[in-house]
Design a protein around this ligand. Structure first.
Ligand SMILES: [Zn+2]
Length: 90
């Protein structure tokens, strides 16, 4: 199989190891090529585009967010329930 033959002295335009990019590296928005800003919340780092507002996640971060969101929703629901109880007492 010669499909993946190396091209000597020529780097691919798109890095093949894009999934292994270090988190510190600034990424450009895939839509408009604007350099994105890093935002970190609850241990989750996301890249946000200042132009289109798009948020891009690294591998595994979506899961963390979903899990975090779920926990957060439960917490909020509890708080809301408590608030309703408190309001009823008054
Ligand atoms: Zn963008």
């Amino acid at each position: 199989m010669g499909l993946f033959k190396k091209q000597a002295g020529k780097k691919p335009a798109v890095p093949e190891n894009i999934g292994f990019l270090k988190k510190e590296k600034v990424l450009n928005c895939p839509k408009d090529q604007t350099p994105m800003i890093k935002l970190t919340s609850r241990g989750i780092t996301v890249d946000k585009c200042r132009k289109c507002g798009g948020i891009w996640l690294d591998k595994g971060e979506m899961r963390k967010i979903i899990e975090g969101f779920d926990a957060h929703q439960k917490e909020l629901a509890k708080q809301e329930e408590q608030e309703l109880k408190n309001n009823k007492k008054k």
